[in-house]
Design a protein around this ligand. Sequence first.
Ligand code: MN
Length: 209
Amino acid sequence: MPKYALPELGYAHDALEPHVKKEILELHHGKHHAAYVTNANVMLDKLEEARAKADFASIPHLERALAFNVAGHVLHSIFWKNMQSGGGGEPTGALADQIKADFGSFESFKKQMNAAASTVFGSGWAALVWEPVLGRLITTQIYDHQSNFTVGGTPVMVMDAWEHAWYLQYQNRKGEFFDALWNVWNWNDISARLEAAKKTTTLLPGAAG
Ligand code: MN
């Protein structure tokens, strides 16, 4: 059976300094993300065991844990690729045009993403999502890794708002972490994700396409 696997970070642990400290990336990728991968696989094994025994009493717990860990794996995998050493600035081309069409301006979009990230209650994420029903970008505030997500949407850019993403470096100043991320965005990666996501518009017959 196929298994979830921890992807390579794609750059050195210190590549995003001074905006994201080496020690944070070591723990965040090597421990936190790795644990979501491990536990996603554990949940699939436990579901297989439950089926074998026809014992479905644990389904609510297992389904929640599976969604939590798979979504944690997916969001972190996107987050690492969304960033690069020497990134930041503003996007160009089709991504820039789409942001302007859907948010009015890059500055408004940046404020909306930062607000979504900094006001997540408890643990969660802010995401820039391609919404295929209307064919536009929206922002989404995700609780934990899996709740409050817009079904059918594809995240193309994510901001980790969990404490483990920033506390070692920014302590009580998490807003500074979200500001700092704008110095490392890999707009080429985000643009490529948007172009791929646009092709999903036709996958929702009845709702879109
Ligand atoms: Mn995280």
